[in-house]
Design a protein around this ligand. Structure first.
Ligand code: ZN
Length: 319
């Protein structure tokens, strides 16, 4: 197996007993920051923001033990591929794109093994669901790329013309990347309207780099690099006080945050899925501590289908 493959790998390797040891996170990076946390209930989010989760597909079936260290070998998970539509009076955002209309063509870049491994089912692209509801793309300010792995930007070119917010680091890693982590045909159209957004609003919730998108505290992007270069998470603070933190692929399941555990070491070894395992482990540790400090904070890993069940599903929105 190639160490340098970047995959989002679950599925049915018949790997057994090996390496169930944990990759214990190193917390140094964030521990100081946590001490200086500003309670974000003090910051009143206003402005009528709401969001909706658009489920675009799910994995054909994965063993939980492949997704998180200490996960069950007997539990089958149907991990989801989701795009998050954020509605705001100043214009909407789409965080991640999920699986797009061209996925069959895109997956031709994979070898036969990976085509099986990453097979999806119940595929309905976001653009299709939006157009069913007569959603006008003129409302959409930007597609926000959490990170550039194939299953997150598969639908990027379904939204041609809409500005795409990313950063140099993320794009550089993607352009140098190979399948199955990165699929060049997903982002090689010269007409993509890339916009590099600096996260220059200062520290937020212990994350050094953040961007208060609307200037009202309702939607805040934060740098959670580790799983991928330039990985971006998103906080949504609703008017009634409910708070959400979309953590992309920092972990694949909430269990990873609850138990403060990385992906299993053997998955790292098989797939090299995280760009920087230790850095990602520090992000996990920090998010874990946030959930202890703020028990009401809803943490949303991009693929956790159980958390998805608790979110408003398109065309329904949070209020
Ligand atoms: Zn990923």
């Amino acid at each position: 197996m190639n160490h340098h493959r970047h995959t989002q790998c679950f599925a049915s390797y018949s790997v057994v007993n090996l390496l169930r040891s944990l990759c214990r996170p190193r917390a140094a990076f964030f521990s100081a920051a946590l001490m200086t946390l500003v309670s974000f209930s003090a910051q009143s989010a206003s402005s009528g923001v709401s969001f909706s989760a658009i489920k675009t597909a799910q994995s054909a079936g994965s063993l939980e033990a492949m997704a998180v260290a200490g996960g069950e070998w007997t539990t089958i998970r149907k991990l989801a591929h989701t795009a998050i539509l954020v509605k705001h009076p100043q214009g909407d955002l789409l965080y991640d794109t999920g699986i797009g209309t061209e996925v069959a063509e895109q997956m031709k870049a994979f070898n036969i093994f990976d085509q099986q491994l990453f097979k999806v089912e119940e595929h309905v692209p976001a653009i299709e669901q939006l157009s069913r509801e007569s959603y006008s793309l003129t409302q959409l300010n930007a597609v926000v790329v959490g990170h550039m792995h194939w299953d997150h930007v598969s639908a990027l070119e379904d939204f041609m013309g809409v500005p795409v917010w990313t950063n140099e680091a993320a794009l550089a890693e993607a352009r140098a990347g190979k399948p199955p982590g990165f699929v060049q045909s997903q982002f090689d159209d010269p007409n993509i309207n890339w916009q590099f957004k600096a996260l220059n609003s200062g520290e937020y919730m212990g994350f050094k780099l953040s961007l208060d998108v609307y200037g009202d505290g309702s939607v805040v992007l934060v740098d959670i690099s580790g799983h991928a270069d330039g990985h971006q998470g998103m906080f949504i603070n609703l008017q009634d006080g409910r708070r959400y933190f979309f953590i992309g692929d920092t972990t694949w399941t909430l269990k990873g945050i609850e138990q403060n555990r990385s992906r299993p070491v053997f998955v790292q070894w098989l797939t090299g899925v995280d760009k920087d395992v230790e850095k990602n482990a520090a992000v996990i540790d920090h998010v874990h501590k946030l959930t202890q400090k703020f028990p009401d904070l809803v943490v949303v890993p991009a693929h956790d289908e159980r958390v998805l069940e608790t979110l408003p599903r398109y065309p329904e929105f949070s209020h």
